[in-house]
Design a protein around this ligand. Structure first.
Ligand SMILES: C[S@@+](CC[C@H](N)C(=O)[O-])C[C@H]1O[C@@H](n2cnc3c(N)ncnc32)[C@H](O)[C@@H]1O
Length: 204
């Protein structure tokens, strides 16, 4: 059992009491639904405030201040997109192909009073959203993520992707297909992890 609880999350992120209460309502919904649908790895649930809530919340300060519209690809149980919506990103779209996970996302958003849009579709089928930021956690290699993100942000917006220790290899592979500006930030939850912020994306 981890000692990193909601209070530790609040101390680490500085979120308001109201935001913490909304995240706690999301957490309670996650714990209620987890036995019915495998939403997160069962072994990660006791440490959810660090492994999922802080892991998602650490992206918030990396979002440009002018950003209004965020698309989260392959949202699963809502990490990081739903956390970022609760923290204050004005317009958040969650894209998830699994209908049961979409039912959970709608219920968790209702419990947390978060006005998000859930798209129960494959990413490739979602069109017509002009976004400022695209996020995705644990979904695909970088080159694939950029191919999915590009229709939403063109070369104007930015992506934020938590990545593991293979990030250097993924970057090398990606430069064959994409021109881009990359910035790397140390993960606050994973000593071997990196948050990759990519912008100015164009095909080679
Ligand atoms: C490994 S989970 C990660 C979920 C969440 N982002 C997280 O980090 O906890 C990947 C999710 O992406 C969804 N997914 C995979 N490919 C997809 C696609 N092409 N379109 C929409 N959703 C997709 C899966 O159903 C799954 O819920």
């Amino acid at each position: 059992m981890s000692g990193f609880d909601a209070a530790a999350f609040q101390a680490e992120t500085g979120v308001s009491r109201e935001t913490l209460d909304r995240l706690a309502a999301y957490d309670a919904t996650l714990r209620k639904w987890q036995p019915k649908i495998n939403l997160v790895g069962p072994s990660t649930l006791p440490d959810a405030w660090r492994r999922h809530f802080l892991d998602s919340a650490q992206l918030f300060p990396l979002i440009p201040e002018s950003a209004r519209v965020l698309v989260d690809l392959g949202s699963g149980a809502g990490f990081p997109g739903l956390v970022l919506a609760i923290m204050g990103v004005p317009e958040v779209h969650l894209v998830e192909s699994d209908a049961r996970k979409c039912a959970f996302l709608r219920e968790a958003a209702r419990a947390a009073n978060a006005k998000i849009t859930v798209h129960n579709k494959r990413i490739e089928a979602v069109t017509g959203i002009e976004a400022d930021v695209v996020t995705a956690r644990a979904l695909a290699p970088l080159s694939e993520l950029l191919a999915w993100a590009h229709p939403f942000i063109g070369n104007r917006g930015a992506t934020l992707f938590p990545k593991g220790q293979n990030v250097a290899e993924e970057l090398t592979d990606t430069t064959k297909y994409w021109k881009m500006r990359t910035e790397r930030f140390d993960s606050r939850t994973d000593p071997t992890g990196t948050i990759l912020r990519v912008s100015g994306i164009d095909r080679v």
